[in-house]
Design a protein around this ligand. Structure first.
Ligand code: HEM
Length: 134
């Protein structure tokens, strides 16, 4: 059962990578081209944030599983602890960026671009720490 959770968690990473790349390109073009923030932009944004939220929930279940089953989590400052804390910060940045919807369209594009950029870098290093890029 735990293996299924890890496999799902491992697979969803690619959805997040794909969504992050699309949102980065779309917001960069939107910012530099002073484009409207459209319904498509909102849907892509939700796709990214929702896949990150699912990843967070799966991750929390996995951590509880490791703790309860006695498999061992390795502590807050262990390898998994680092992965978990860094990713929680990365996902929190994405969720905080929802506030930018109150700004003008160009500023929303710009701020979301930088939020995803910082978040994606954190995710990249957090996943690299657990050897998750192969
Ligand atoms: C965008 C965020 C995240 C991504 C892309 C991600 C990706 C990954 C990847 C690729 C692995 C390696 C899986 C494997 O060995 O095949 C992994 C492992 C793990 N992740 Fe995440 N993760 C994210 C967030 C989280 C969060 C928020 C938590 C906990 C709250 C978490 C908990 C874990 C744990 C416990 C493992 C170790 C699984 C094991 O090998 O037993 N992850 N993660």
């Amino acid at each position: 059962m735990y293996n299924i959770l890890v496999a799902a968690h491992s697979g969803i990473r690619w959805i997040i990578v794909l969504m992050a790349v699309i949102v980065l390109i779309k917001t960069l073009i939107g910012w530099l081209g002073s484009q409207d923030y459209t319904k498509l932009d909102r849907q892509l944004w939700l796709g990214l944030v929702n896949s990150a939220a699912i990843q967070l929930l799966l991750g929390i279940v996995m951590v509880i599983w490791l703790l309860v089953s006695g498999l061992g989590f390795g502590g807050v400052f262990g390898l998994y602890g680092e992965h978990v804390l860094t990713n929680i910060i990365a996902i929190a940045i994405l969720m905080y960026a929802a506030r930018f919807k109150k700004l003008s369209d160009t500023l929303q594009h710009r701020n979301k671009f930088f939020a995803v950029l910082v978040s994606a870098l954190l995710i990249y290093f957090a996943v690299a720490r657990v050897g998750g890029w192969g």
